[in-house]
Design a protein around this ligand. Structure first.
Ligand SMILES: Cc1cc2nc3c(=O)[nH]c(=O)nc-3n(C[C@H](O)[C@H](O)[C@H](O)COP(=O)(O)OP(=O)(O)OC[C@H]3O[C@@H](n4cnc5c(N)ncnc54)[C@H](O)[C@@H]3O)c2cc1C
Length: 509
């Protein structure tokens, strides 16, 4: 393996912050850090590479007079199935409304009534309408457009696009002093910084069927685990029941609001099947619907979403994004069925942090989907993740601005081999993760998967996606119970008491 790639070095000014990732968490935190100099590194442009720009449902917060932070927190805790940290859920719910109003004042064109009140949508497991939207299903794109406008105009922020962080720079005292990034030609850039913030999003790209952008490969989990960072609840992955099954990678999403509006799940014979799986039918919890759809596929029956009666001619105005996706695949959802399959959608687990994003490594913060603050537990409440990005991104910024942070220098900055996964290794990993660590799991399959991952590591080295996958699979093997998004055929019951898992790479031996 070639190891003499060109290596440049950049030292950020004292007190400057390096943010890795330009989704909502990274961009919002960058804005809130003003006037502190910020350097944002991202592998892809936000509109393409960030899940934030793809969000369809909206952003949840107690924004109406008859709602309260306590109720939002209670719904968040119930969804998380015993593993949500109640104080953190209350923080999210209490600070959320002002953060969302701030997005409005920054220019996000939320759907409002003539009186200027938010028009709020009701989503699964929320006890009242609470989801702020933009033109029905366009929230993510609109929020990212406004963030980019402000970040690009901000004097304190510098962006570097097209570089993927692949290692963290140790400071020689157990802390972190920046990151080493690589561009598509293999060139390396070492960026030394007093503070490093990871905001690289989710892990869907580690699985064969996902709604996530391709860059969502758990790079932060891999990089940080390799230097001893602790991961929390890494086994908890949320599967969206209704990705549109038209052979695209990533799979486009048919938002749950369609079922909320009365769309039903049917087989190719046109008959409803959810009634035989759950008393709440199509409105059963997300995991139950995902498992039912998975069971239908396993039994050789293609499931479909039937929106013809419930939504019909209103489809183009009410769900323009989904309508455009269907049309591009030659499906008219007003008159035809939409084929669906479960897909990896969200990672509840991640780098263990406190309420200001601090990891167990000095100088290293994590925010957004790659962090695990304890706010989602075993399952995320719908539309809580955009909120998490701004609440905890904002809190991390405030913390950094109000504390003197010591100067940190990298111990060494050296060239390193490019652990390129290549198509073959990538696909073997993704298929293995979906087959053996998917909607239904068991000990035998997870052991097979860990062997596959180890053989891939032996082949290409400790590439970040392989290490991230190993942490997820090991967490899933260790959790001998079924809870939230994690279902074990060999341990179908919940164990008591409910416990979060904390794992380091060393724990795996
Ligand atoms: C289709 C879809 C619909 C969704 N709908 C909703 C919704 O309605 N409401 C809701 O609350 N949530 C929704 N979610 C979840 C939500 O979008 C994400 O959880 C959230 O946006 C994550 O934000 P983030 O900033 O942490 O990560 P992202 O927005 O994913 O941004 C990650 C950034 O990191 C960059 N990156 C990744 N790896 C590296 C690396 N090694 N080096 C440098 N840069 C890197 C990426 O290019 C990107 O810029 C949805 C997700 C999907 C996929």
């Amino acid at each position: 393996m070639k190891s003499d790639w060109t290596l440049d070095h950049k030292r950020l000014p004292a007190g400057a912050v390096l943010i890795v990732g330009a989704g909502l968490a990274g961009l919002y935190m960058a804005l809130k850090l003003a006037p502190r100099p910020v350097f944002i590194l991202t592998s892809r442009r936000s509109r393409k590479g960030a899940a934030s720009a793809w969000a369809q449902g909206g952003i949840a917060a107690a924004l109406s007079a008859d709602d309260s932070a306590a109720e939002h927190a209670a719904d968040t805790i119930a969804a998380g199935d015993g593993l949500v940290d109640p104080d953190i859920a209350l923080l999210l719910a209490t600070e959320g409304p002002d953060r969302v109003r701030e997005l409005l004042s920054l220019g996000v064109p939320f759907d409002l009534t003539d009186n200027g009140d938010f028009i709020l949508g009701l989503e699964a497991a929320h006890s009242r309408p609470r989801v702020a939207k933009v033109k029905g299903d366009g929230a993510g794109r609109a929020i990212i457009d406004v963030m980019l406008e402000h970040v690009q105009a901000a004097d304190h922020v510098t962006g570097l696009i097209g570089w993927r962080a692949e290692s963290l720079l140790p400071d020689g005292n157990g802390g972190v002093a920046g990151a080493l990034a690589r561009n598509d030609s293999g060139a390396l850039l070492g960026i030394e910084a007093d503070m490093t913030v990871l905001a690289t999003g989710g892990v869907g790209g580690l699985f064969a069927v996902t709604t996530n952008p391709r860059t969502a490969r758990g790079d932060s989990l891999g990089m940080a685990a390799r230097i001893g960072a602790t991961l929390r609840d890494s086994e908890f992955v949320q599967f969206h029941p209704t990705a549109i099954d038209i052979g695209r990678d990533p799979a486009p999403l048919a938002t749950e609001a369609l079922r909320g509006d009365g769309a039903i799940l049917v087989g190719s014979d046109g008959l409803r099947f959810m009634d035989s799986y759950h008393p709440k039918g199509e409105l059963a919890p997300r995991d139950d619907v995902a498992r039912a759809i998975f069971a239908e596929i396993q039994a050789g029956r293609q499931p479909f979403l039937d929106c013809r009666t419930a939504i019909g001619d209103h489809f183009p105005e009410e769900f323009p994004t989904v309508f455009a996706i269907c049309q591009s695949a030659g499906i008219d959802p007003r008159t035809q069925l939409i084929p669906v399959a479960p897909a990896v959608h969200y990672h509840m687990g991640g780098l263990a942090t406190d309420s200001v994003g601090q990891t167990n490594k000095d100088g290293l913060f994590a925010i957004g989907e790659c962090a695990a603050t304890g706010v989602h537990g075993a399952n995320r409440l719908a539309s809580n993740s955009l909120l998490e990005a701004i609440v905890f991104g904002g809190r991390a910024a405030q913390h950094i601005l109000s504390h003197d942070m010591p100067q940190r220098s990298a111990d060494t900055i050296e060239s390193q081999p490019w652990l390129s996964m290549g198509r073959q290794v990538s696909w073997t990993l993704r298929q293995g993760m979906t087959q053996y660590c998917g909607v239904r799991r068991n000990g035998r399959d997870l052991n097979i998967l860990l062997e596959i991952i180890d053989s891939l590591i032996a082949k290409v080295g400790e590439a970040n996606p392989l290490i991230a996958s190993k942490m997820i699979a090991a967490g899933a093997l260790a959790r001998e119970e079924s809870r939230g998004g994690h279902f074990r055929e060999d341990f179908p019951e919940e164990a008591t008491p409910a416990r979060s898992s904390y794992l380091t790479l060393d724990d795996l031996g």
